[in-house]
Design a protein around this ligand. Structure first.
Ligand code: F6R
Length: 226
């Protein structure tokens, strides 16, 4: 899964060296980032002109914070590839006004012509980025209050569940849908229900945010789940 996803991402970057990517954190993409680092070491992909935006960031965590998502991408990808760090971005988790930071982040992505590639994982509850199941979804980058299930799922990265931030900044469903290409990775039994629902169900349900991806013309799901 990781090598297949890395191959697709590398092809996109090779086809458009200054492409704009959204990149997720979490357990699932770690292998993809390792495979990308290997391709970069072997001279098969060049990161130097690419633009990379974190899909999301916790409110209250800085770029340096070990549990922060910018730090995650630095640790898992950026430090191993020839990326220009000035072209790597994450929502400002320390902003005094998170809503304003969200608007500025969306403007920065728009300023570069929008996303060429949205690389995504999927939550057990169908979330993409931190677009959580809800009666309505947000179009642009916004400040989200995380659900109990997401806080519990992410507690493994913290000393205790209480330490998990309760809010995050995430690119919106519209930010994702405007991307020219969407690539999703999913593995593990705990994602089987979500992937099966994504594949088999035909509804568009804001309570299952990834179902909105059905409206997009170019989505690739790379998964070990049959
Ligand atoms: C994180 C993100 C989330 C994760 C999802 C799956 O940046 O965007 O939507 O992709 O929660 O996380 P893992 O891969 O840890 O199961």
């Amino acid at each position: 899964m990781s090598e297949a996803a890395a191959g697709i991402l590398a092809e996109e970057l090779n086809g458009n060296p200054s492409a704009v990517f959204a990149l997720p954190t979490g357990s699932t993409p770690v292998g993809t980032y390792q495979a990308l680092a290997k391709l970069n070491r072997e001279g098969k992909v060049d990161f130097s002109l690419g633009n990379f935006f974190n899909v999301d960031e916790y409110v209250g965590l800085s770029r340096e914070s070990e549990q922060g998502y910018y730090h995650f991408l630095y640790e898992n990808l950026y430090q191993y590839v020839n990326v220009d760090l000035a072209k790597t971005h994450a929502p400002d988790g320390m902003a005094l006004e998170p809503e304003l930071a969200a608007v500025q982040y969306e403007e920065m992505i728009d300023g570069l012509g929008g996303l060429d590639v949205a690389f995504l994982g999927i939550g057990r509850n169908g979330h993409i980025g931190f677009n959580e199941p809800a009666a309505s979804l947000h179009y642009s980058t916004y400040c989200v209050t995380l659900t109990k299930s997401t806080i519990e799922a992410n507690a493994r990265f913290f000393k205790s569940t209480e330490e998990v931030p309760k809010q995050a900044l995430t690119i919106g469903i519209g930010t994702i849908m405007k991307a020219k290409k969407i690539i999703m990775v999913a593995n593990g039994e705990d994602k089987a229900d979500a992937i099966c629902r994504l594949k088999e169900d035909t509804s568009l349900d804001t309570e299952f945010p990834s179902s909105l991806l059905r409206l997009h013309p170019d989505v690739t799901v790379v998964t070990t789940i049959k």
